[in-house]
Ligand binder design. Sequence first.
Ligand SMILES: Cc1cc2nc3c(=O)[nH]c(=O)nc-3n(C[C@H](O)[C@H](O)[C@H](O)COP(=O)(O)OP(=O)(O)OC[C@H]3O[C@@H](n4cnc5c(N)ncnc54)[C@H](O)[C@@H]3O)c2cc1C
Length: 431
Amino acid sequence: MPADSKVQVRTRSMKRYSFLALAREALRRHRGWPGAWRFPDLKPRYRVVIVGGGGHGLATAYYLAKLHGIRDVAVLEKGWLGGGNTGRNTTIVRSNYLLDDNARFYEHSLRLWEGLSRDLNYNVMFSQRGVLNLAHSDSQMDAFARRGNRMRLNGIDAELLDRRAVARYVPLLDTSGNARYPVLGGLLQGWGGVARHDAVAWGFARAADALGVDIVQGCEVVGFRIDGGCVTGVETTRGTIEVERVGLAVAGNTGRVAGFAGLTLPIESHVLQAFVTEPVKPLLHHVVTSGAIHCYVSQTDKGEVLLGGDLDGYNSYAQRGNLPAVEHVAQAAVAMYPPLSRLRVMRSWGGVMDMTMDGSPIIGKTPVENLFIDGGWCYGGFKATPGSGWVFAHTIAHGEPHELNAGFGLERFATGRTLDENGAGPTPNAH
Ligand SMILES: Cc1cc2nc3c(=O)[nH]c(=O)nc-3n(C[C@H](O)[C@H](O)[C@H](O)COP(=O)(O)OP(=O)(O)OC[C@H]3O[C@@H](n4cnc5c(N)ncnc54)[C@H](O)[C@@H]3O)c2cc1C
């Protein structure tokens, strides 16, 4: 798909955010700021339509316009920007993977995160405060040593900590000999951290809009027009659009939306919850996770302690969960970090996770020509946002995957070349 060299580029003048602009606007009582993006009407025809206005869809549109010169792009969002999982996650960013395909892809994403605020001229508040995975058994320590060595061979930072080092790193954690969940050590990725999730969606939206991308909210895709095995149109609640290529980036709705094109995907949809306590002064300076106990903890910039755990016990498309999952995470958190027992829970919410059969995402072509898919992100798609947009834009522009996402194609489930990071087998809720 050649770049839009002959198409008139509708680059909108975007007011740069800077100290000088802020000072100038302060003198004018902030009356001169333009909207961060437009609210355009839907055109009858686009070269590329991206379904889903979460971080992945918006990042894809941005990189299509910026890196591939394809600006005749619409992002269609049934609700509001970032209202899906992008605005609901616990914001952990890391690249601490064992398998080479995962390690290379997520490390590429981490590198993009490092320059993202500058690239988008939007502060996504990326903070590399370190991500620590706790080990509670000898076999887990062995597995962490193996993963850490593999990460270092792949040029990714990893440090294996013993129990005393963990205690120094996270004084709040009960590492005593009689702890309810004994801690033997941990694997630290110091480059990992967190980012502000809404800002990621808004930053990509603003930058994509400035390059001419039409972002249309409140526009649900309800079907596809397929002629001779090739997608040619997108049916929406605002009318039908002719298209050359379509990219799906609908996270927890991937199975449902792909179904409009007659596809059945190796995906199960589950609810994942998270919740925050009332804000307190800084007490937790890193992200600390325990896969074995299903409890991960960090402190937001607002001071809230942010907690997450395992999937809810049943499949659902509702963006909320039930109390047993919250109870499990809360009891684990209090047992591991006893001072947290004094805090009150302030808010809880849920998101819909598309869990694949091997726990790795699907980014690539589909059996329908010119219909591409970015989905199956399980628990971990936020950290992939820039990397996923980058490779998905390449895949849509060239009609073929980039070498970074070549291993993530749908066909791997037929050929058996799966990317099973946890070795959990085809049991989606175990990944
Ligand atoms: C509680 C929780 C905690 C998580 N924690 C982490 C974490 O710490 N780190 C991490 O890396 N990942 C985490 N994740 C996963 C991460 O949030 C997602 O993988 C990622 O945000 C997916 O981004 P997206 O842009 O693909 O999806 P979304 O942000 O969900 O965007 C998809 C959009 O598609 C829209 N859509 C759906 N159907 C249609 C349609 N028919 N027409 C038009 N639009 C449609 C939706 O409204 C939605 O806005 C977590 C998820 C949850 C729920």
